[in-house]
Design a protein around this ligand. Structure first.
Ligand code: ADP
Ligand code: MG
Length: 360
């Protein structure tokens, strides 16, 4: 296997009594689009700032092509950065903003002019060269910031919630642009967001941050199908949890007892299972089957319908178990069961134990 391009090794960052990042480890491949996904305060930005050289870690190392970056000051790391807020120089034109990092690097004028033209083309802002940032929309300003960050061909581009100040439609449009630019330039991108949909849309792999550590790293489908922790299960996709008792567990599979059902074998189990202990069964709304009559032999939970909501291409059915736990099921629009269902009906929600998860 080739040597990893970028390695984050045991990074920790303390601010006095606050530990912002506990122990972050990560290998990033060249050309990869990797996203830090997590709630506010989970240490995403701090990790990014350490990579950029704006902050020094309390412990740990960062290697680019096998060499430590920590002894190189921020302005010599050659790493591009785009922030949440527009950080263009307001008194400079768009062209001058993009040229700025190239002038700092003392490139010849003809080369700078050609590069500015290339970058304007890359972000589809040809003809905007002489505008001032204030004469452009938020989305256009972020595209200029992207052009400026990419102008000197950095090996790595860091982006910290660059779209969070934009409205939904514009955000989706620029997500599309960022994907295209990534494919076109093959620059390695580390991207920060708290929005799971954005992370799924953009990334080759996602690192899920929780309280200063990475809970799990994987592709979107991997995290969705096989969440390592309850936190990841709740953060990627929709899920409900039912309390259950763990009967036995071995080789990553558990046998569980769930109120209203017989004992269910062969459910993938995570955490530290203890026979006879309490656990939580995770069920995803789109993986449940709705049945009108008691299923013979199938694994199913008896529930009562509490609400039915039409959501365009699918229908959300809210249900409750006898002990009052909420369990949602999503059915495709036109599902034949829907027309005959109403609030208060008793039904069964069937599931394949192999597609469920138990967290201890
Ligand atoms: P995120 O980007 O995931 O929202 P941050 O990396 O910004 O999280 O912050 C992680 C934690 O570290 C938070 O609890 C935050 O309050 C704290 N923190 C970040 N920067 C500083 C700082 N300069 N001084 C003190 N605490 C900080
Ligand atoms: Mg942040």
């Amino acid at each position: 296997m080739s040597k990893p391009f970028l390695q984050i090794r045991g990074i920790r960052k303390e601010y006095g009594p606050v530990t912002a990042v506990h122990d972050v480890n990560l290998d990033v491949a060249q050309g990869e689009f990797l996203t830090f996904l997590g709630p506010s305060g989970s240490g995403k930005s701090t990790t990014l700032y350490i990579l950029a050289g704006f902050e020094a870690p309390t412990r740990g190392d960062i290697l680019l092509n096998g060499e430590t970056l920590l002894s190189t000051p921020s302005h010599k790391r050659n790493i591009g950065m785009v922030f949440q807020r527009y950080t263009l120089f307001p008194h400079l034109t768009v062209g001058e903003n993009i040229a700025f990092p190239l002038k700092v690097r003392r490139l010849p004028k003809a080369e700078i002019d050609a590069k500015v033209r290339d970058m304007l083309k890359l972000v589809r802002l040809e003809g905007f060269e002489d505008r001032k940032p204030a004469q452009m929309s938020g989305g256009q300003q972020q595209r200029v910031a992207l052009a400026r960050a990419l102008a000197y061909d950095p090996p790595v581009l860091l982006m910290d919630e660059p779209l969070s100040a934009l409205d939904k439609k514009l955000r989706e449009e620029i997500q599309h642009e960022i994907r295209r630019i990534h494919q076109q330039t093959e620059v390695t991108i580390l991207y920060v967001t708290h929005d799971q949909e954005e992370a799924l849309r953009l990334s080759d792999r996602i690192a899920v941050f929780s309280k200063g550590v990475i809970d799990q790293i994987g592709t979107g489908p991997e995290l969705y199908a096989n969440p390592a922790t309850r936190f990841v299960a709740e953060f990627i996709g929709d899920s409900d949890f039912l309390p259950c008792d763990l009967v036995t567990a071995a080789n990553g599979k558990a046998e569980i007892a769930l109120a209203g059902t017989t004992v269910i074998p062969n459910v993938p189990v995570h955490g530290k299972p203890v026979a006879g202990g309490k656990a939580a069964l995770m069920l995803r709304p789109e993986r449940l089957r709705l049945m009108r009559s008691a299923p013979g032999g199938a694994t199913a939970v008896p529930v009562t319908i509490s609400d039915i909501t039409f959501l365009g291409n699918n229908i959300h059915v809210a249900t409750e178990t006898a002990r009052g736990d909420a369990l949602a099921v999503r059915l495709p629009f036109g599902h034949e069961a829907i027309s005959s269902l109403s609030r208060g009906d008793s039904v069964w929600l069937g599931f394949d134990p192999a597609s469920a998860h138990v967290f201890c």
